[in-house]
Design a protein around this ligand. Structure first.
Ligand code: TXA
Ligand code: MG
Length: 358
């Protein structure tokens, strides 16, 4: 394949005629790539997606190839209106409708009974289908202009942290895909919440910015799948096939240090003293603690008083450790409270479940 075409989408309110035209051309080009069976990476409010026509089996296969993704790991289908949903699903369960009314368009994906029009290649052979109505202007315009539902996994190489910037996509997939639309940094930075609504009691398969408590408030009891908390081995089998794979892993070994913040800082400083002579070390700190470390590569992931900043920066920071070539990362942990459930889920996987409790 030729070099990937990268086009910027301009959001600036002072858009002049030329830039407006350029935005329109970008979307027309992207829609044509999709119509021709190609792959377009595009921003959403969660992470960048790698999109293709959900009804084009050959294009779907190319998505798996570009990412190096196992074929049993199904894709999420993205829509821009409810009419598109009708063609994808068998029927709409009552609780799904209630949750959609509350949270769509937005950072939540529903596992629904699959409709006949959806090929098994997209669902990894499952009789259910994952659907999301994103809340991002570029994503919505792209789906609208392409006029087909767009199947899109996160636009990273399989196993790497999901991309939250166009540069992350280019780093992983340049030359393997047709086009990247650069719409700037993603608002949430963590992938969507996934809820299985095919059974009477909904099941949370992947935590995200729509929290467990928000779901429970809307529909009462919600179960939490094993794959959300536990390392996948033995009797713990995740319902979302993707949750069983190694994920979000930077090249460095990551250790999470959990506990009272003061103890966490002193423990990490001790580890640095011990290991610094032999290994290049990085610390994932927060705004509250970044000045308390003596190590060279201290990166702040965000503000503990503003958890949204931590979700938004997590994958960027994990990628940055790779970029500066650290071999060992100590990451401050967070409580498993409502707001940090999604952050800790990703961080535990990035760390291969290496957790030091102090
Ligand atoms: O925020 C997001 O969800 C992003 C953006 C691009 O929308 N997409 C994303 O896709 O994170 P991906 O492919 O990286 O993750 C999709 C997850 C995988 O863990 C997959 O196994 C699960 O959804 N999944 C898809 N279809 C499923 C199904 N029918 N049943 C259970 N899990 C499913
Ligand atoms: Mg992914």
């Amino acid at each position: 394949m030729n070099k990937t075409l990268i086009k910027k989408f301009y959001f600036n309110v002072h858009l002049n005629e030329a830039l407006l035209l350029e935005n329109d051309e970008t979307m027309t080009t992207a829609a044509k790539v999709i119509a021709d069976g190609g792959l377009v990476a595009f921003p959403t409010e969660t992470v960048y997606g790698l999109g293709c026509n959900a009804f084009d089996g050959v294009a779907v296969k190319k998505v798996y190839e570009a990412k190096g993704r196992p074929s049993d790991n199904p894709l999420i289908i993205h829509i821009c209106n409810y009419a598109m949903l009708d063609n994808l699903i068998g029927y709409l369960p009552e609780k799904a409708k209630k949750l959609m009314d509350l949270f769509w368009p937005g950072p939540i994906t529903f596992i629904l009974p699959k409709g006949d029009a959806v090929a098994l290649d997209v669902t990894g052979g499952l009789s259910s289908v994952a659907v999301r109505f994103p809340n991002n202007e570029v994503a919505l315009r792209l789906i609208e202009k392409a006029n087909v539902p767009i199947a899109a996994p996160s636009a990273n190489s399989s196993g790497k942290p999901s991309p939250t910037r166009a540069t992350h996509v280019a780093f992983d997939l340049d030359g393997k895909i047709d086009m990247i639309i650069d719409g700037g940094a993603c608002e949430f930075g963590l992938e969507s919440t996934i809820v299985d609504v095919t059974e009477e009691i909904p099941v949370l398969l992947r935590p995200g910015s729509i929290t467990l408590e928000m779901l429970q408030q809307a529909v009462g009891e919600v179960k939490v799948d094993d794959g959300v908390i536990y390392k996948i081995e033995g009797e713990h089998k995740p319902k979302a096939p993707g949750m069983k794979y190694t994920h979000y892993a930077p090249k460095a070994t990551v250790n999470i240090v959990n506990g009272e913040l003061e103890a966490v800082v002193s423990t990490i400083n001790n580890f640095v003293l011990e290991n610094a002579p032999h290994q290049k070390i990085g610390i994932m700190a927060t705004e509250q603690t970044k000045h308390l470390y003596t190590c060279e590569n201290v990166l702040s992931v965000g503000d503990r008083n503003d958890p949204k900043t931590i979700g938004a920066n997590l994958f960027k920071i994990l990628r940055k450790f790779d970029h500066i070539g650290v071999e060992l990362v100590y990451a401050e942990g967070f409580s498993d409270s409502e707001v940090y459930m999604a952050v800790m889920n990703r961080l535990r996987k990035a760390a291969g479940f290496h957790i030091i409790n102090v």
